[in-house]
Design a binder for this molecule. Structure first.
Ligand code: PGA
Ligand code: ZN
Length: 437
């Protein structure tokens, strides 16, 4: 009998950082190894994501997950018991076949992903390896460049500001620990600055300051000031990354910037973003256009992709075929990787492999509804994605990830490398226009 065969699977309902129900799974192996994982939940979701299955009852605002939990404890457990936990692709294929729908609408991606991740943890435990090492082998020694949120907006802050994430990255940092130190200082200085200006209203869903700005551009100006107050050179040492999350305020080529009472068409939004890129040290923009505006997304990539990273989140939803489609028209040059957009680790990894094959970069990302689960940190290092996005430098569910990465960096010691400016920078090595070929 294979000691790594799954002996039992158990799911329970636990709670996320918004106080909403979510799914935790525990997988036990024949050799008594145990793995456990909790699934996160998004608020600004792409329409082509796999389904986050919620109950049809009114409990907890219609967000209960007892159905998904039941699916794990019933159908899924019956099919995966006896499977080898260290055959991730085989196990995930069983989950895919059992659900048998393109978007996990029958069993729920929250049900399948909980088991997929818990099995990986159990296999790693059985081999006495940390998860990143189990996933990536001895060469998985590169710590990712973190994107750290300073101001939260969009769907994460009552739409107080249109742009969803105002983040910093530290391409000038020497290692992961230093990137964290620098970001901590910028976060703190931004908070002090807003306190002094009377524009600080607590924190948003991912821990970024909940701002009270008159315009979206004021947030950019304030962020540059915060970087300077923290003692850094904007651009070279600490740069800006945005998640515009344009699908949240745009449809069919019409975009509404509610904060500024402005309506823009796709080209006007592109013009606005190009102006911001000229004026501010922005090195990465996620979802600059909406998911239903792929041609405009491609036009923006054509215009700016040689100068900065252009990330597809809602556009690509961690789905390999969509990555290949986007590459064929030259839209985006980087994929955001969120395992619950697909529902298994293997499918998420396939999206990353598809991205690499077309010359795109990758960012492993948390969701706005998170927990103490740190699996994504191990994915970012194990898969050598080069970048990670977790939210701000506040709230336990965010800090759990940063702290886990610090532990891993320390454990790797002299073998630790840092993605830093090498995977990311003002001059990307590959022009996006040729990425599809
Ligand atoms: P979500 O947002 O987790 O609320 O969907 C995160 C993102 O858009 O990157
Ligand atoms: Zn996003």
């Amino acid at each position: 009998m294979n000691g790594r065969a799954i002996r039992s699977v158990h799911a329970r309902r636990v709670w996320d950082s918004r106080g909403r129900p979510t799914v935790e799974a525990e997988v036990s192996l024949q050799d008594d190894s145990i793995g456990r994982a909790i699934v996160p939940a998004g608020a600004s979701r792409g329409t082509r994501e796999a389904l986050d299955l919620r109950d049809s009852t009114a409990r907890f605002g219609g967000l209960d997950v007892l159905g998904a939990v039941g699916n794990v404890n019933g159908e899924i457990a019956r099919v995966v018991i006896g499977c080898a936990a260290d055959d991730q692709a085989g196990l995930d294929q069983r989950l895919i076949d059992l659900d048998a729908t393109p978007a996990k609408t029958r069993l729920g991606a929250n049900a399948t992903l909980a088991v997929s991740m818990a099995a990986a943890h159990a296999a790693a435990a059985s081999l006495h390896l940390p998860l990143y090492r189990y996933l990536g082998g001895p060469d998985a020694t590169m710590l990712p460049l973190p994107q750290i949120q300073i101001f939260g907006g969009g769907a994460h802050a009552g739409r107080r500001i249109d742009i969803q994430d105002f983040m910093v990255v530290c391409p000038g940092a020497r290692d992961f620990g230093q990137a964290i130190e620098w970001s901590a200082e910028v976060y703190r200085c931004a908070g002090v600055l807003m306190q002094q200006r009377g524009s600080r209203f607590g924190v948003a869903d991912e821990g970024g300051w909940w701002p009270d700005f008159a315009t979206n551009e004021q947030a950019l100006e304030t962020l540059v000031t915060a970087i300077e107050r923290a003692g850094f050179v904007p651009g070279g040492q600490v740069a800006i990354a945005l998640d515009v999350a344009a699908s949240e305020f745009g449809r069919q080529g019409r975009y509404t910037l509610a904060l500024e009472s402005r309506q823009l068409d796709s080209d006007a939004l592109i013009e606005l973003l190009l102006r911001w890129i000229d004026r501010y040290p922005i090195v990465s923009i996620e979802d600059p256009l909406a998911e239903d505006d792929a041609q405009a997304f491609a036009r923006f990539t054509q215009a700016a992709g040689h100068r900065l990273q252009i990330v597809g989140d809602d556009l690509l939803v961690s789905h390999a075929p969509l990555v290949r489609q986007a590459a064929a028209i030259g839209a985006a040059n980087t994929v955001l990787l969120k395992p619950n957009q697909r529902g298994t680790l293997t499918e998420t990894l396939r999206a990353w492999q598809a991205a690499q094959s077309v010359g795109y970069a990758g960012i492993v990302s948390a969701r706005s509804g998170e927990t103490e689960d740190t699996t994504i940190v191990h994915l970012a290092i194990g898969w050598q994605a080069g970048q990670i996005k977790v939210g701000a430098f506040a709230r336990g569910e965010r800090m759990a990830k940063w702290n886990e990465a610090l532990r891993i960096e320390e454990r790797l010691g002299g073998r630790a490398r840092f993605a830093g400016a090498a995977v990311f920078g003002c001059n990307r090595p590959k022009a996006p226009a040729s990425a599809g070929r």
